[in-house]
Design a protein around this ligand. Structure first.
Ligand code: ZN
Length: 196
């Protein structure tokens, strides 16, 4: 048995050679695809354990994962695509992942290795479920409920690129009530984001 790095109180969780060990989603940064797949494995293992080894359906896992990722995005004030769309995106990415992980050992060659490498690279990027993908707030023509608020725009751009900003430990439900324009908004954002 490998995995002596695992904490002893965890069950023998599968350590995936492509995305790593199962784990919870991060709480202060918007998850990458890799984070999503690690949490997918965690949910799958937990459900399987609770059901004495019976495999949960991909759809059920994707539903649970979608709920979790929505909570984090809500904390960041960035509107997301619909729940159904999120579930679909999880399933689609999981299919790509399965294709690599289940690829027959004897057929694995240089080309396969390159595919895995490129998947791993892509998986380090934001799992982007923002309702608005506009590069500039000034040019955004999305309808109001899809728009990324102006102050959050900097945050989403960061999450899509260098990923240095964090969602701070703020009571987001309270501050949300005060979202008027101007100074108050600026103060909120300063305490919300923690630059590292
Ligand atoms: Zn837009």
């Amino acid at each position: 048995m490998s995995g002596n790095n695992n904490k002893t109180n965890t069950r023998s969780l599968s350590n995936c050679p492509i995305v790593g060990a199962p784990s919870e989603l991060p709480t202060t940064i918007l998850p990458t695809l890799q984070d999503m797949l690690k949490c997918y494995l965690l949910i799958r293992d937990k459900l399987k354990f609770e059901r004495s080894g019976k495999d949960p359906s991909i759809f059920e896992i994707a539903q649970k994962l979608a709920e979790r990722v929505e909570i984090i995005w809500r904390k960041s004030f960035i509107p997301t695509v619909s729940r159904n769309r999120i579930v679909k995106l999880i399933q689609d990415n999981h299919v790509k992942y399965l294709h690599l992980i289940r690829y027959p050992q004897q057929k694995r060659n240089k080309k396969y290795e390159l595919k895995v490498q490129s998947f791993r690279e892509d998986a380090k990027k934001l799992f982007d479920i923002a309702a608005c993908k506009c590069m500039s707030h000034a040019l955004c023509k999305c309808e109001k409920q899809r728009k990324v608020p102006i102050l959050e725009h900097k945050f989403i751009q960061d999450q899509r690129a260098t990923r240095k900003m964090r969602i701070g430990p703020v009571d987001f439900t309270e501050t949300k009530k005060n979202t008027t324009t101007g100074k108050k908004e600026e103060e909120r954002v300063i305490e919300t984001y923690d630059f590292r």
